[in-house]
Design a protein around this ligand. Structure first.
Ligand code: ATP
Ligand code: MG
Length: 393
């Protein structure tokens, strides 16, 4: 039996005049997600996108890819047949035969978009329901709470048979909402933050600060692995790796001299954001992203967040009001949790002060930062930044 995916649009369906632009990007992203499959044919009608592959293609693998395409609210894998009621009866029965083995009740739900089809929706449900009862006698009909729903959609070209929509990635198609640079550590939070912004249609790149030899190659590979997980949703992630050791050492020494070790993390974060903003301006990113959440750690108290609020371009913090447990739930869903939990050091943790300031003052942070000369080291770090283009597997 021929198969097809029907992808139901989410928020795009609510768009006005620019709906077509969103749909075109979504179709392009679907084709890109399925590059590597043969015979990919993507078309659209009435807020539904039809996705066909060559016969014999691995529909399970394609389904996996499609569940990560933002802009698709629900997906269904359907069988497709001719719009002839006798053909539909046979096709629908054979489509559900295996699935019906473990269930007792069913109903037929018919939708007739092609009004030229001779039977209306109630008649299709009634007649097909009767036929299925004859063919699979252990089933009975339950219209209110069935174990299995057999959906029949009579559309323009074909009849589609399926057992329901499955929720997909949601959001808006990547590439419809600008370009942002996310500060990606190896932790649990920042990959989730990048995912959440990408889900709103933002093409997302990543910037990581490393501090070799304090941080290892394995720690960097872990962050690259996380970027790869995000790339599965975005099609690819441009990855900037900034050598941060010399800057951190100078900061540590300068603060020790001033007797203000407690400001280390705050000023380090200010430096990270300022370097990220410089790269953003040079490379054309519209915003930055961080994984901060109010009160989660000493460097994310309200006071600390105000000290690090230094950028001119917007800094998106999608996790700002979320509990850790909710962040972990998303990390598990997008399969970053396990990788994030690998116990490699991050540059943030290597010089962590014994007593970080939980009520830092912005003027003090500014004054301390100004008293230490970072400008040349920042120039060197920018020149030595490594850039990789990370593709999904
Ligand atoms: P995460 O789980 O994302 O590491 P966290 O709870 O450990 O977050 P912090 O270490 O305080 O929090 O970092 C706050 C934010 O700063 C991170 O979410 C990330 O956006 C950014 N950040 C921290 N360390 C780095 C790094 N080495 N490279 C790039 N960004 C970083
Ligand atoms: Mg961290």
């Amino acid at each position: 039996m021929k198969e097809i995916f029907l992808a139901k649009e989410g928020e795009i369906a609510l768009k006005g005049l620019n709906k077509k632009t969103f749909e075109n990007v979504l179709m392009k992203n679907i084709r890109y997600a399925l590059s590597g499959f043969s015979g990919v044919n993507v078309s659209r009608a009435q807020s539904v996108i039809y996705i066909k592959l060559s016969d014999g293609s691995d529909y399970n693998a394609a389904y996996e890819r499609l569940t990560k395409v933002f802009g698709i609210k629900a997906l269904c894998r359907a069988a497709l047949c001719e719009k002839d009621f006798d053909v539909i009866k046979t096709a629908a029965t054979s489509y559900i035969r295996d699935r019906a083995e473990s269930v007792r009740t069913f109903k037929v739900e018919a939708k007739r978009s092609d009004k030229k089809f001779p039977l209306d929706s109630p008649a299709i449900s009634r007649e097909l329901g009767g036929y299925i009862l004859e063919q699979i006698p252990h089933l009975s009909v339950d219209v209110h709470n069935p174990d299995l729903t057999v959906n029949i959609e009579i559309r323009e070209e074909h009849c589609y048979i399926h057992t329901g929509n499955i929720p997909a990635a949601g959001g808006l198609p990547v590439g419809t909402s600008g370009y942002a640079l996310g500060l990606l550590s190896g932790g649990i939070d920042s990959p989730v933050a990048l995912y959440m912004i990408a889900k709103r249609g933002v093409k997302t790149a990543a910037i990581h600060f490393e501090a070799p030899p304090y941080t290892s190659e394995r720690a960097k590979l872990k962050v690259i692995a996380l970027a790869k997980k995000i790339a599965a949703y975005t099609g690819g992630v441009r990855f900037y790796c900034v050598p941060f050791t010399a800057i951190q050492e100078r900061l540590r020494d300068g603060l020790t001299e001033a007797g203000e070790d407690g400001y280390f993390t705050i000023i380090m974060r200010r430096l990270m954001l300022s370097i990220a903003e410089k790269i953003a301006q040079k490379e054309g990113f519209d915003a930055l992203i961080t994984g901060e959440s109010i009160g989660q750690v000493a460097s994310q108290t309200m006071g600390a967040l105000s000290c690090t609020n230094i950028c001119e371009i917007p800094v998106f913090r999608p996790l700002i009001g979320m509990d850790k447990s909710d962040i972990v739930t998303i990390a598990e869903k997008i399969d970053t949790f396990e990788t994030s939990s690998l116990p490699y050091e991050d540059c943030c943790t290597v010089f962590t002060p014994k007593h970080p300031r939980t009520h830092p003052k912005r003027e003090t942070a500014e004054k301390l930062q100004d008293s230490i000369n970072f400008s040349e080291l920042i120039e060197v770090a920018l020149t030595d930044t490594e850039i990789l283009n990370i593709r999904p597997d």
